[in-house]
Write a protein that binds this ligand. Structure first.
Ligand code: GDP
Length: 296
């Protein structure tokens, strides 16, 4: 189920509940079951959905709600709040400050959109007057440096990488050092991916992280990976200190549930979403407007 459909299904469930003459346990259960089904079809992890249902039932205690209470409104608000809670880990991520040097390391599987997202992130800040720079520490994928170089050149962002050096740790350190000297305030390190989670990738990530001491590690995730999202995000979080998530390809036939699961697995907020292949198809992610939009 794609994101727009998920929103539509939830809205419909709420509408049906609202249309009922009397809101009793049966009507509430039907509404919650409908929402549960929609979330599961969107690949939200089962446990998250079950917790949400339990929480709403706890908040909306129909027996205790005396006549005169607007039950519809209370239920709607509880659903809205629970969806927000799923996407809000409760603490904001580290936010770089303009004019003060920060190192931000990007991690994710190959094909997740990591390299594209690094440039988008740099470009977004550059437009706001920052001095970003890109370091290509991906020595695993042939062509990774060329891709980053091309993107960076197009956006007029300084970059660092090597065709000869095969040690990603060395490149990462050299790049970060150089851009620190050049007073760049946002040094973005693009790391290698792999087709699947494997020990070599995680070891490399750990080493690059240890060498560059990033202020923030961003986990980049393709929104179409579905139910695999939770385990994948969790595996990355166990290897490096993931502090934020960027979900890519939200323009495609994305199942929105992956984003919810990644937040739960990393206990980190989604900070941006990718909505296309172009440099400016990139949006700041805000939980409440997102959920409002989702529910139409
Ligand atoms: P990496 O291997 O993780 O570095 O992935 P790339 O940055 O090379 O991206 C893989 C593919 O996904 C490329 O064709 C990108 O153009 C595409 N891509 C990345 N982000 C988005 C997005 O938000 N929307 C769409 N539609 N495509 C994207």
């Amino acid at each position: 189920m794609v994101l727009a459909q998920l929103g539509g299904s939830i809205s419909r469930a709420i509408q049906q509940m609202s249309n009922a003459t009397i809101i009793d346990e049966k009507v509430l259960n039907e509404c919650l079951n409908e929402i549960t089904r929609a979330l599961l079809q969107s690949d939200v992890q089962f446990k998250l959905v079950r917790d949400m249902q339990t929480n709403i039932k706890k908040i909306v205690n129909l027996e205790d709600l005396a006549a005169g209470h607007n039950k519809r409104k209370i239920i709607q608000q509880a659903i809205f709040n629970e969806l927000c809670k799923m996407l809000d880990p409760g603490k904001p991520s580290f936010t770089p400050k303009k004019g003060k040097t920060s190192v931000v390391m990007f991690v994710g599987l190959q094909g997740s959109g990591k390299t594209t997202t690094c440039t988008k992130y740099a470009y977004y800040h550059q437009k706001k007057g920052w001095k970003p720079a890109l370091v290509c520490a991906d020595t695993f994928r042939a062509g990774a440096f060329d891709q980053l170089k091309q993107n960076a050149t197009k956006a007029k962002i300084p970059f660092y990488g090597s065709y000869m050096e095969s040690d990603p740790v060395k490149i990462a350190m050299e790049g970060v050092e150089r851009f620190k000297k050049e007073n760049c305030d946002l040094i973005i390190v693009d790391t290698s991916g792999r087709h699947k989670q494997e020990a070599a990738l995680f070891e490399e990530m750990r080493q690059v992280s240890e060498a560059t001491k990033p202020d923030l590690v961003v986990f980049v995730m393709d929104s179409s990976i579905g139910q695999a999202a939770f385990d994948q995000a969790h595996a990355f979080k166990q290897s490096v200190a993931v502090g934020a998530v960027i979900v890519t390809k939200m323009d495609g036939h994305a199942k929105g549930g992956g984003a919810l699961s990644a937040v739960a697995a990393t206990k980190s907020p989604v900070i941006f979403i990718g909505t296309g292949e172009h440099m400016d198809e990139f949006e700041v992610f805000d939980v409440k407007p997102f959920v409002s939009r989702l529910l139409g």
